[in-house]
Design a protein. Sequence first.
Length: 114
Amino acid sequence: QVQLVESGGGLVQAGGSLRLSCVGSGFILGFYDMDWYRQAPGRQREFVAAIRSGGSRNYADSVKGRFTISRDNHKNTVSLQMNSLKPEDTAVYYCHRSGPSGYWGQGTQVTVSS
C-alpha cells in the first residue's frame, strides 16, 4: 500500500525558513519522479518543485532561488528546504509521486506571517 506522509510545516515569520519532509512507504521512492505542490485558500493546487529519479530538478518561478528539493533514496524521503519565506508562500504543501498511478500525501500546513 503506497503512502506518503509529510511533516515539517508550521508558522514562521517572513524571511524565515522551514524544511518539509515526505516519507514514502509501500514503494521504492528512488524509482520515481517526486514533486511538491501547494494549495492556498481559494486557489488551485500549483506546482512548486520536482526532482527526477535521475536527480535533475526544476522549480516554479515563484520559488526559484529560495526553495531546494532533495531526495534521500536510502530513507525513502524527499525534502523541501524553504528559505526567505514570504506571506504568499502560505499554503498546504503536498508531496506527490509522479507517474500513471500518482499518489498524494495528506498535506502539511505552512503559514508565513508578515
